[in-house]
Write a protein that binds this ligand. Sequence first.
Ligand SMILES: C[S@@+](CC[C@H](N)C(=O)[O-])C[C@H]1O[C@@H](n2cnc3c(N)ncnc32)[C@H](O)[C@@H]1O
Length: 384
Amino acid sequence: MENNHDFIATTMFGLEDILQKELIELNASNIKTGNRCVYFQGDQNLMYRANIKLRTALKILKKIKIFKAKKEAELYKHISRIKWYNLLSDTDTLSVSSTVNSKYFTHSNHVSLVVKDAIVDQFRKKTNKRPSINLKNPNLNIHIHISNNYCTVSLNSSGDSLHKRGYRSSKFHAPINEVLAAGIILMSNWDMQKTLIDPMCGSGTFIIEAGLCAINRAPNIYRKNFGFQNWKDYNHTMFKKIKSEIIKQEISFNGNIKGYDISANAIAITRQHIENMNLNKIVQVSGTDFFQNIGESNSILIFNPPYDKRIKIKENYYKEIGDTLKQKHTNTSAWLISSELEKIKTIGLKPSRKIKLFNGPLECRLLKYELYKGSKKINKSQNG
Ligand SMILES: C[S@@+](CC[C@H](N)C(=O)[O-])C[C@H]1O[C@@H](n2cnc3c(N)ncnc32)[C@H](O)[C@@H]1O
């Protein structure tokens, strides 16, 4: 069926189930999780909505062909059989990106070159002209995935990765990826009643993503560019209509979302980012030292403390975090993500959940601590 396309939503390791839930809410069909991706089916309308609304997707790829190939010539032949002139004209621009995990094709750059040649040659034969290459903002970004001899050709409908919501107007040294931050907020099952606090908010990613969830604002509603807007079949009227429908789905929020940081620069950056996302009435920030701050009960803490790799931290830093959580944040649940796999053991509290995730190339653990008055053990025996 023309309207029932196959899509692949790519994501980060560990977020597949959350993304699957988001796709169910979007009414996608035939949803199936894969490795750092979720497969689904739908029409053009769904593709536009997925790009604007999904919090945990990096890219939405539209699958156009699958085939088997073991040799360069076979790859070239299969790519040549696709009617590229239906998707591009010779005055348009294109780019090709490839990921390979194969004993037959070992260099992704080389695969991209073969694919580009096959497309360009098809145009040359037909019109004596050819589309040119534009790596930054092409009309069509073609994505090739090769797993052994199994090749998938897709069109990248997102363009730039969807974690680029458009709110980062200032550079910050160690931000968490927006998609990962949103995934953690969704994983935490925050009920929106408890105050959500990031006590080391840096550039504000967690509190901004939480603010967007709280009022049901789509993460990419303000984004200026999606890949599909450069496509031949781009339907501007449909895109505008979808955006205004999505805006109408926003809801009010009466709870609290707060961010703190010891650095005045971080607070200034966060304020700017909050402003960029129109969340001034939803999210509050102030400059406070985590170790001095008095805890707030009935709250949920979500944060990523400094990693030694990017910001130098003192020897017993994580032990102090554990002591502070225990002493000042009773009746709270705390979610902490860190790539300090050894140092987190010195926190000295027993996590109730431990989840493996990646922040970019860094392997991390997301840990959940239920903080009661006294130690968990004492609390249990008192109750029991
Ligand atoms: C890894 S960054 C957090 C990044 C943040 N999640 C983001 O997305 O931008 C760690 C932050 O902890 C802050 N920090 C370090 N020690 C602190 C303390 N004692 N109290 C509050 N903030 C602190 C640093 O200033 C830094 O902004």
